[in-house]
Design a protein around this ligand. Structure first.
Ligand code: CO
Length: 145
């Protein structure tokens, strides 16, 4: 790719917002009810993602979300997470303009990836995960809306 000297060079893979915090829960209904009772929060979106073996409920927080996640089958990664570590923060979703570009930039910079290429996420997003190893113990999801 060539660019003229007048074209501003975009920061490759820039994170534009905190998209969501994914929280693994054993009982999605109980978690939704708790957020409603304690914060008066309503579910903005609910989706079952069979490829990941999860059901999610999104609660809007400003321009971001809390993503309550529960496994739909015993062999899903979130089921293993709950077994090994219990309920709690599972991953952080960072919003990016171009998931493929951000993933390539992360790989070039030496980040360990889980997804070699972007794939469909919930809400019609395009996502890719980076491995927590080498990322200070944080599972990172790049989210393109
Ligand atoms: Co997520």
């Amino acid at each position: 790719m060539t660019s003229s000297p007048h074209t501003p060079v975009p920061t490759p893979g820039e994170l534009t917002a905190l998209d969501h915090v994914g929280i693994a829960v054993a009982d999605l209904q109980a978690a939704v009810a708790w957020y409603r009772m304690v914060f008066g929060a309503e579910v903005a979106h609910r989706e079952r993602v069979d490829s990941d073996g999860v059901e999610e409920a999104l609660i809007r927080v400003g321009d971001s979300y809390v993503q309550l996640l529960t496994p739909t089958r015993a062999d899903s990664p979130v089921a293993r997470f709950l077994e090994q570590r219990g309920e709690g923060i599972h991953h952080i979703g960072y919003r990016v303009d171009d998931c493929a570009l951000s993933l390539q930039a992360a790989k070039r910079a030496g980040a360990k990836v889980i997804d070699e290429r972007p794939r469909p996420g919930s809400r019609g997003t395009i996502v890719a995960f980076l491995h927590p190893k080498g990322a200070f113990g944080t599972l990172i999801e790049l989210v393109q809306q």
